[in-house]
Design a protein around this ligand. Structure first.
Ligand code: AMP
Ligand code: GLY
Length: 425
């Protein structure tokens, strides 16, 4: 069978790697893919890059090549309606419709949805008036969180620790229009404290199937300092998600979401990622939804998945996820992102990358911002690689990942030294 996978990041390399292991899969076409999925072809893993990204071109390709299933990695094509278009053309695709993807593409939609369906989340209000937003901030005080309503590629959330930062964020989004349409409305919400976890499930419209738990590291620097990024490393499982928290997440967040979307006439299908805040007293609040897998969470999660991913996705598309049990490697998988110089502001590209060792049973390298240029591997984005180590302990997995990174070189490479520190503690 032929599979089409849309996207080009580390998440997509990991999904392609896993899909290609299915005995039913002949080829995984990754559109447009990266240097890692390009080289996988040469090692006969059945992965091929496809240099297209227009939605209609993808439909045409899927029809022509009789693609069995299309899987969508990033949020942008989902928010643009790729699932609606594929379905209208009678093609099998896994992901939410454009309207259902509003759970991620509009913070106001997702907050109103959570409130309406009793899903625990931070208190908030939405504003399009600069004056009213400033007044609300003065009334509430700091710390406070300002979020652009629309998709802003990770730049849409400001956790303001004082009033000046909060007012500046409102001006940046509403008055100065720095985020364009995405910032034309802002959600201003209560600041929450606690430990975050990524809770990702597959949804088939009615049933939800939880993937292994994970935890991301959003800040650039060790000790969770520095600016927010797309994610500098992740590990799975996340011990903060105890069996009790796991049950609560399903009962209080995931199932009410699946039922609420169905009740609202927007049945949800696809990956659903709930960003959870686990408060010190053991309660959970949903910080946000993403309508896709996390990046870099996908890399350690796929490294641990033993079940046939295609089989699971087929059940998800057919509405029979209730019949599936997932099998996981019991080891911890820990992925460290290696980023480019000047990431996240203005990442430098075109640096030659050397020293990536072939994958082993406990060391895997997934590419993100890489491309092949004249047969040489060079950087092409902010997050360049994600190196995953596997071991029976978190510390062991850390050692494996950092040992592999030590052999890799490109000018200006930067990475956190402390991925997994909360689990080690
Ligand atoms: P989001 O895109 O909504 O996940 O926000 C990005 C990051 O901002 C989250 O991973 C949190 O670290 C932080 N954040 C978002 N909302 C809040 C909140 N209400 N309180 C504290 N931190 C938050
Ligand atoms: N790593 C966070 C995300 O994918 O949204």
């Amino acid at each position: 069978m032929k599979i089409l996978l849309v996207g080009s990041g580390g998440r997509e390399h990991a999904l392609a790697w896993k899909l290609a292991q299915s005995p039913q899969v002949q080829t995984v076409y990754v559109a447009p893919g990266n240097g890692g999925t390009a080289t996988a072809k040469q090692t006969a893993a059945g992965i091929t890059n496809l240099p297209i990204s227009g939605l209609q071109e993808l439909v045409d390709f899927a029809k022509r090549e009789k693609i069995h299933l299309t899987v969508v990695g990033p949020e942008a094509p989902l928010a643009a309606g790729i699932v609606d278009l594929f379905r209208a053309n009678g093609l099998r695709i896994f992901g939410p419709t454009q309207l259902a993807a509003q759970l991620e593409s509009s913070k106001d939609f997702s907050k109103a949805f959570m409130k309406r369906h009793g899903i625990p989340t931070a208190d908030y209000q939405t504003f399009s008036s600069t004056l009213e937003a400033h007044a609300y901030i003065d009334a509430k005080g700091a710390p406070i969180v300002i979020k652009a309503d629309g998709l802003a590629a990770g730049k849409g959330v400001v956790v303001a620790m004082n009033l000046a930062e909060a007012h500046a964020a409102v001006d940046m989004m509403l008055a100065d229009n720095k985020l364009g349409n995405a910032g034309a409305r802002v959600v201003i919400e209560e600041f929450l404290t606690g430990e975050e976890a990524s809770f990702i499930v597959l949804v088939d419209g009615k049933n939800a199937l939880a993937l292994a738990t994970s935890q991301d590291h959003k800040r650039l620097l060790d000790g969770d300092q520095g600016p927010n990024t797309g994610g500098m490393g992740a590990y799975s499982p996340a011990p903060v998600v105890t069996p009790e928290i796991h049950a609560r997440a399903l009962r209080e967040v995931i199932m009410p979401t699946v039922r609420g979307m169905e009740a609202d006439g927007l049945p949800y299908t696809g990956f659903l990622y709930a960003g959870l805040m686990i408060t010190p007293d053991g309660k959970i609040k949903c910080l946000e939804f993403n309508c896709r897998m996390g990046d870099p969470e996908t890399q350690p999660i796929m490294a641990r998945l033993r079940s046939d991913l295609l089989n699971v996705l087929d059940h998800a598309v057919d509405g029979t996820l209730n019949t599936v049990d997932l099998d996981w490697d019991r080891r911890t998988a820990l992925g460290v992102v290696v980023a480019a110089k000047n990431y996240p502001e203005t990442p430098r590209t075109e640096d030659a990358i050397t020293g990536i060792a072939p994958d082993t049973e406990d060391q895997l390298t997934f590419h993100a911002g890489t491309k092949l240029e004249g047969g040489k591997l060079v950087s092409s984005g902010g997050r360049v690689l994600c190196v995953v180590g596997l071991s029976d302990t978190v510390r062991g997995a850390q050692q494996k990942a950092y040992e592999a990174i030590a052999k890799i070189h490109f000018d200006g490479m930067q990475y956190r030294q402390d991925i997994g520190y909360r689990a080690v503690k």
